[in-house]
Write a protein that binds this ligand. Structure first.
Ligand SMILES: C[S@@+](CC[C@H](N)C(=O)[O-])C[C@H]1O[C@@H](n2cnc3c(N)ncnc32)[C@H](O)[C@@H]1O
Length: 319
């Protein structure tokens, strides 16, 4: 049956990436209970709910404002959608509280949404003057400004280098700490953007602002985006019913590497160092990997939504 895929959503500018590929990978047309671990503005959830009148969705997000948007967008589905404010790394607890024994499909579309990036007051972007916050869950944890006020120069440089692949990370960290030592903390998006511009110089590429990499790195650190992703992936597989699908979309090479390795491990690939006489890693064969290589966006999708350029979709089927 031909299916219409809800596109951009209300007036948010956010387009769900790899939408058709994700809905097909999850086999949402079979109906059943699906868990959307990153419901965001509800784009993927809406398409899952449209795929069959027999689907239900439990949607999780750590951002209350996003959940509010999703609640409005998905209201027409009535009791088929339930929304929970939580960190998806608490999946096992969330499912127990919601009295969900197993799911037919689980989706995680990692990172931030373009709507969050573009929200003027959240401090994610150098395009808007705002306090340097960057927390997806504005009700808990340390802001980016607090992190920069607390960490050592070496640790700041490490974050900017590892998560942002910024070559001038050490110089940026030096300027942040010099500023801090002179009694002027880095408190706003503008403070940080100016300082990075000083450290990096004007970008030769007109498309990319010089502070892009540093802002991305800080956002990943503030929200601890790479932590416990492997455990989450294993928990999600445990929560699937046999033949259930787990689909994970990542946007950063470090995230994708964690997902790839965890999928391989869960597919039974031995993790022991080469040449050990006997396997001791206890790897179990829990899934079949359905995407030997990750699915990526078409040129058409990238032209319509440049953020899709770095998206990678990996899918596994529970045995
Ligand atoms: C890329 S957006 C998802 C967009 C969504 N698929 C849609 O179609 O609208 C990622 C969402 O995941 C949420 N998120 C990121 N990390 C999370 C975590 N650890 N736990 C719960 N939600 C998280 C963010 O707040 C954001 O709303």
């Amino acid at each position: 049956m031909a299916m219409a895929f809800g596109g951009q959503g209300p007036d948010t500018g956010h387009r769900p990436v790899l939408l058709r590929e994700t809905i097909e990978a999850l086999a949402a047309a079979r109906g059943g209970l699906f868990v959307d671990c990153t419901v965001g503005l509800g784009g993927h959830s809406e398409a899952i709910l449209q795929a069959s009148s027999e689907t239900q969705v439990l949607g999780i997000d750590r951002d209350e404002e996003a959940l509010e948007q999703a609640r409005k967008r998905l209201a027409e589905f009535g009791g088929r959608i339930r929304l929970v404010h939580a960190d998806f790394r608490e999946l096992t607890r969330v499912l127990a509280t919601a009295k969900v024994d197993s799911a037919r499909g689980i989706l995680a579309d990692l990172g931030v949404s373009s709507w969050q990036l573009d929200s003027p007051s959240r401090g994610f972007s150098f395009r808007h003057q705002a306090p340097l916050d960057m927390r997806m869950d504005a009700s808990s944890g340390e802001t980016a400004a607090e992190l920069l006020g607390r960490l050592s120069e070496v640790d700041i440089a490490k974050i900017i280098f590892e998560f942002g692949e910024e070559r001038r990370s050490r110089r940026i960290a030096r300027l942040i700490v010099e500023r801090r030592e002179s009694g002027r903390a880095v408190e706003t998006t503008e403070d940080l953007a100016r300082l990075v511009e000083r450290a990096v110089g004007k970008s030769k590429s007109r498309r990319i602002h010089p502070a892009t990499r540093t802002f991305q790195a800080l956002r990943i650190a503030v929200n601890r985006e790479l932590e416990r992703l492997d455990q989450f992936t294993a928990d999600a597989v445990d929560a699937l019913e046999p033949d259930g699908r787990l689909a994970i979309i990542s946007f950063h090479s470090l995230e994708d590497r964690i997902i790839k390795r965890t999928f391989l491990k869960l597919s039974g690939r031995c993790q022991c160092p080469p040449r050990v006489p006997q396997c001791t890693c206890g790897t179990r064969k829990a899934v079949e990997i359905l995407t030997r290589r990750p699915l990526v966006s078409s040129e058409i999708e990238i032209a319509e939504n440049p953020r899709a350029r770095s998206a990678k979709l990996r899918v596994a089927r529970k045995l």
